[in-house]
Design a protein around this ligand. Structure first.
Ligand SMILES: [Zn+2]
Length: 390
């Protein structure tokens, strides 16, 4: 030991003697996580997939919006339109998109307007879904009235019903105040039944990424995203857990076996074993992967096995929104579709799941699942065509 220490002492004394200055310490600078944007040095194959191998039905898009919302509850039927149909069609034609499903069609006159602008003006290229009339929630005959509204939406041309996490996480007994209304509240039963009778699939988004239900702290894998959008966190307060929401959703699916449910965002895309269990239990359930290739692509072997096993019940969706840059994983355009096609069609490794400087839904990259043609065709269009009856 004495010998070792004296050697080190001798060496550093030697350096000091020969240069006259002590050796410099390596520079250490603090780096804010938001400034960090490391470039991968991997030399891996990059495939550009400009057009999908088969025509696409995008089951999850938002081409119209409610003009009025309060505390997460969408209350107006009137619609805003971020992009005219003719401009949307240009991108669709370039990217081999046969049909887009506009889930947020609203209700009443707004719904009719959306259907006139898209579905009727461009037959076969657009279909529109209706949404519940939450502003009527406190009316004593709401359950019956809402079921009748589904009927009138169907007569107006709506092809399905869209549920956002309003049910379970925003809608309260007095619409925006009071106790949260549960996903399996019996007052919605006539609405689910009406959808079954009219063969209108229910596109249901009731939970959210698991990280949104945990504290926004240094252990949260989506810290930056939640820090940018604090209202996306469902941790604390009187919010139910994600598991409670999914259990309530499953009770609804079980109680209404004649109604087809499409779990948007893959249900819980971080838990493929759980989603697999749900699909095994409920033959009236299918899934789509809008805004979740970031999750599927970071577990590519499990995702591929999953899609192979449930190849008749996985649908193509992007959650595309034709405006803004707040959520780059959703901005409607060529880049978005090329990423989805690359994920589905190639074996490429370690690429961005969104067109953004920093991965917006967590700092990781994804891997392609390289699906064979027969499965690709089903996922791209025929599973959706069957569900929609088109
Ligand atoms: Zn969506």
């Amino acid at each position: 030991m004495t010998d070792h220490f004296s050697r080190r002492g001798f060496l550093s004394a030697g350096t000091l003697l020969s240069t006259g200055v002590p050796p410099a310490e390596p520079a250490r600078k603090p780096l804010d996580i938001s400034d960090c944007a490391p470039k991968s040095m991997l030399r891996v194959h990059e495939t550009r997939v400009e057009r999908s191998r088969f025509p696409v039905i995008d089951i999850h898009t938002h081409l119209s919006f409610s003009t009025k919302s309060e505390k997460g509850v969408f209350l107006a039927g009137e619609r805003m339109y971020p992009m005219p149909a003719v401009d949307i069609l240009q991108i669709m034609d370039r990217k081999n998109i046969r049909t887009m499903i506009n889930l947020t069609g609203g209700f009443g006159a707004g719904l009719e307007d959306a259907i006139a602008r898209y579905d009727k003006a461009h037959p076969g290229r657009f279909y529109t879904f209706t949404e519940p009339s939450y502003h009527r929630w406190e009316e004593p005959d709401y359950p019956k009235a809402q079921a009748e509204l589904i009927g009138s939406a169907h007569r107006a041309g709506a092809r399905g019903l869209k549920i956002v996490k309003t049910i379970g996480l925003y809608l309260r007994e007095h619409v925006t105040s009071g106790r949260l209304v549960k996903v399996d509240d019996r007052r919605f039963d006539p609405m689910w039944d009406a959808c079954g009778e009219l063969r209108m699939p229910v596109a249901i988004h009731v939970s959210d990424p698991l990280a949104f239900f945990t504290p926004t702290d240094r252990f949260n894998e989506r810290f930056e995203e939640l820090n940018n959008h604090p209202d996306w966190s469902f941790h604390g307060g009187d919010f139910p857990s994600n598991a409670e929401i999914i259990e309530a959703r499953n009770r609804v699916i079980q109680r209404h076996p004649r109604t087809q449910f499409l779990a948007l965002h893959f249900g819980v895309a971080e838990d493929l074993a759980g989603v697999s269990n749900d699909l095994d239990r409920f033959p009236n359930l299918s899934v789509e992967f809008g805004a979740r290739i970031g999750e599927l692509g970071r577990q590519p072997r499990a995702a591929r096995r999953f899609i192979e096993k449930y190849q008749d019940r996985v649908l193509f969706g992007t959650d595309a929104v034709p405006h803004g840059d707040d959520t780059p994983q959703q901005v409607f355009g060529d880049k978005l579709y090329e990423i989805y096609y690359r994920f589905l069609e190639t074996d490429d490794e370690y690429f961005d799941y969104a067109p953004a400087r920093v991965p917006p839904q967590g700092r990781w990259r994804i891997y392609g699942v390289g699906l064979p043609d027969n499965i690709l065709e089903k996922v791209y269009q025929s599973n959706a065509a069957r569900l929609l009856g088109i």
